[in-house]
Design a protein around this ligand. Sequence first.
Ligand code: SF4
Length: 930
Amino acid sequence: MRASKTPGPEISDPSTKESSDRYRDRWRWDKTFWATHCVDCYPGNCPYKVFVRDGKVIAEEQAATFPIIDANVPDLNPMGCQKGAAWSQLLDSPERVLHPLKRAGERGEAKWEQVTWDKALTEIADHMLDAIEDGGPETIIREGTPGEGGLLTGFPFGRLIEMIGGLTPDVNGVINDFSTGIYITYGKFDPASSIDDIFYSDFIMYTHMNPVYTQIPAYHFTAEARYKGAEVVLVAPDVSPSHTHADYHVPIKPGTDAALGLSMAQVIIDEELYEAPFVKEQTDLPLLVRLDTRQFLRQCDLREGGRDDQFYVWDTVSDSLTESPLETLDLGEIDPALTGAYTAELADGQRVEVLPVFELLKDRLKDYTPEKAQAMCDVHPDTTRMLARKIASKRGTIFCGGTSFKYFHSDLMVRSYLLVLGLTGNWGRKGTGAGEWSVAGFDGPFIFGAKEKPGLEETRRVLEMRNAAVKMFKDQDPTRTDEMAHIEMMRAMVPQMAMVPPAFFWYYHCGFKDNWNRKEWSEPTMQRDFDEYLEESLERGWWSGRPGPDVVPRVYFEVGGNTMRRTRGGQNQLLKSLWSNLKCAVTVDWRMHTTGLLSDYFLPVAHHYEKIAFMFPTPQLMNLTFSDKAVEPPPDVKDEVEIGILLAEKIQERAKARGIVEYSDTQGTERRLDDIVNRYTKDGAFRDAEAIADEWIVDSAESGNFDKGLNLEKMKEKGYQRFKNWGIGAMSYSQASDIKDDETHTAFRWHVEKKVPFPTLTRRAQFYIDHEWFLEAGEELPCHKDNPPQGGDYPFVLTSGHNRWSVHSMNITNRLLQETHRGKPNIVMNPDDASRLGIEDDEEVEITNDMGVFISPVKLSPGVQPGQIVSYNGWEPYQYRTWKGASDVETGMVKWLHFAGGSGHLRYWPMQWQPVPFDRGIRVNVSKLD
Ligand code: SF4
């Protein structure tokens, strides 16, 4: 067929010329700025260019200026997603709050009075002083955010709350992005290879992930690895967009991944596909366990005064009981037995039988042949065998995505997959490992917290002080690695920190005591009442238990987060407990959200592009990304640094007027309010965000993150900067790998190449936990346990994930993005279930359980398993008809075993070992609306 030529308008046509000029004019700009988006779109950090004309943002664009790092690997360009490309739409969105507000009706009644900053801050300061006088400073709570606004959002309030003696619930516990399974195994939760390292994989297994939705800027490395020959496996109950791009989709029954992982391990051992030298060197599988106590054989068993962390193997070379090296993973001349039974003579002359963990594991895996596992996880035995054989013969990675942490038995699920990686030699080598989230590479904020005055001289003093502290912890036990010494240093600082694991806040003050003690929602293998475990954990000093039962929260700051949306149980849980006791709830944010609607005061902050910001840097990107202030915020809106200073001034002023000069907090620390402004601003040196940002960058260059000479001015030109090293924080050491200028980053290379021990009890990747509670629960080794019926005896299982349009709730009302979908919340449901219940597409239904009810439109999709419903994360509760969403039916159960402590690595330090709440696999009913 011949195309006919359609005559187009002549360019000389004046009307067309006018419209083309108008179009060109639309895209004319007079300035550009670097920017990124601080929204925990992990790993985020995409560098953008923001275009400004006449003081208004007119557009943004992916920068795409990354250099090639590894000549064998595609570059990072371009990084971005549709949220970032529509970001500037939010600046003028109707949700923006442009003046400080004070509640004028009942909470949630949406009646507000516009007030001055002075009035709002005076009243808030008085509430804080009332709280200090009535119940002590720990009755003041600040919830934080990992994302919104970046490091300069959380920092000002975190610092102020810490100075007055208030508390900040550990954000990694609050949002449960903490993988207990990874922590139990490695003594740290955050190995995080760079996103381009996956290009080296031959076998990429995604579990509990939908990277096509959630890793938009990074997913191309998976696609490129696939072009190179890698096989991609998606293990997920439902068909997600990632299914389309995978070689295999394994539609597993929700929450049964431990059965699949253990079954793969069974095949690998049964068919002798495991990498024995790696297993002997890197893992605890050769360590000997006493059959009489089921605990590791320790030096203190064998001789009076022996170490309780010196463990043993049976050396097949000398045919004798031999100490497992403490200071290195290198086995030297030793060749430990993985199988067999041996005898050890104890200090009292008693002889006991000992077995390598590997023998015990083999015994346990008898319950997980592929045929037996099929009954648990619905995966066909042929598929299990295929997966096991493939990963054993390839460079493999298993991504245990964030959803896996949110199941009750997430630890068992993840431990089982890590066992597969350990058996097959798949960590510490390019293209291998279990990816997680992490923060590293920006020491400035941490150094700043320890400095008493500005300047490099003071920085050097802080660095020397830190070196001396690390040396002290190494002197205490010369076998400790640098990483272990840093972790012990963090643990020693915990009593003085504002940050506390949130479990006790929830238990005592948010009504979760009742939920956690409901036997019918809980785990049948829990041998005792929940409270018995909790009380024992406190009596034995494993936890501080702050804030205790008598420290009733009175003032609550939500800074950049959204408590009512993200807390499990939502309004059903919090309004009747925490919220009813609060004298003052303050939201600090740029937009009105559900928590803001239920607050007493709303303090409006500058949005991205209206303030400088740093998204927290991640090892996946290896860059510090800077976001500049491209335009001025609206006149009555301030950034968080300024608000923090104004609040500090107001606290000092009101404290003076009320005669409150000093007080002791619950830890006995003396707090003063008469000079808080000077201490907060370090004698006036840091009165704005630019001064703080510059100090952070310069200090980071001093500590070695970057080349010396980097400062804020240069960051404004460059936009981002690749790290030279991970820095001095304990989480930096978690990567256990050097940064090379021309290589992708692979976590754990120190462990594999340099034989540096892990920071676990046994100093090896640990699959056997001999803590008495784990033994009592039968979880000393990973096993499968069914998801308990949290929420009650109902026929549907509620799962979640991140939606495409808004990783969290920040973009969920972005008008441009709403036009790309139905623009309203939904639950996704299988059409057969819907037809059985007489439910049609887009019909509103009731979702109920013992926690409550929410009403939502339904989206029908055959991709969802029968019996499963999916409610993607991020919908604002106020988008639903009754202002209640999926979080309102979540139970927030925690696993009793995660209160275990006092042994080896099972001890809290910030962002690490702690009980976390679960929200996947909640039982619900779905019914038509009456
Ligand atoms: Fe990148 Fe996140 Fe911005 Fe999207 S929203 S462009 S992922 S930084």
